[in-house]
Write a protein that binds this ligand. Sequence first.
Ligand code: NAD
Length: 338
Amino acid sequence: GTVRLALVGLGWWTTERVLPAIEAVDRCETTTLVTGSRAKGERVAADVETVSRVLDYDEFHDGVGREGYDAVYVCTPNAYHLDYAETAAGLGKAVLCEKPMEATVGRAERLVDVCEEAGVELIVGYRMQTVPAVRRARELVREGVIGEPRFVTGVNSQRLLDMFADHDQWRLDPDLTGYGTSVVDLGIYHLNTARFLLDADPVAAQASMRSDHEAFDRVPDELASVLLEFEGGVHSTCVASQNAAERTYLQVVGTEGSLRLDPAYHMDTRLRLTVGDRSLDVETPDANQMVDLFDYFAEAVLTDRDPGPDGRHGLVDMRALEAIHRSAESGERVTVDS
Ligand code: NAD
């Protein structure tokens, strides 16, 4: 079978990364584009043979063309994910929702509820979980190659203001992102990848944040440092910033050795293993992360397989993000709700 997709939100991620990736996945095809600008939709559709329909947001919510797709990919600013997921669920369509799942814990909980009530599959787009180097790292941790994991360190930074000419874009508006910008948009990669590698969830957070540049005056975290305590006593520290040179890595240090993903989160992920005084690059197959994510989604939709990063999994991250921000505000250690 083939999963026919409606893509909601035609921003840079959808048009540059997702559309070409779906074309490379045998079990997926894009049949429907949902956009605020019909002209843009028609322009994008002209380059994709499988697209048979362009809908505006109202048409999508009204169920126009519903017979033309089986699942919905939601890639809008965070605070609109729920609206589109809710409509999709109401139409009986499976949902692949971009990270973070929503802007707040409350809205994310509602998103999970509407999908569960409708009995539709919900997967959160944590593409790192399908990356061969990350999967291999998880196996090595499980096999005890680095001994018992003790701590995780990492960074995720980028120069947001250079990437988007418009300083006023949605990543700097807390109503659209959620609690802030650097942690919900970048730190979440560290948080979710650490959870995946350790097979454990965070139980408490401490954080320190600051914003200095005027473009960041509405968000608390131009720069954020986050300490998470995981179940089992592993500590994790991460620095995230939307206003520093691009840099990504994550390292897990155990009692016997360490694993390092460097670079970690962009389209190329490299894995290095160190045990004692021996260090080696762990070769893993090259992969296109978005191709793998959509292939995985297709399998989950077509086969009833355990969907992995589902809505309940995404909620743990949302609760951790909230705890991190509460800690930065209060200066206190905050327990992550479970
Ligand atoms: P973007 O600003 O490039 O695109 C967002 C799109 O949503 C725009 O086309 C905009 O017109 C549209 N939009 C605005 N208001 C809308 C509304 N009310 N309803 C529907 N659409 C609306 O943003 P982006 O970088 O593509 O990010 C979109 C989502 O994808 C975010 O949740 C982001 O976190 C996620 N994302 C994930 C990855 C990843 O690696 N997994 C990468 C980039 C973005």
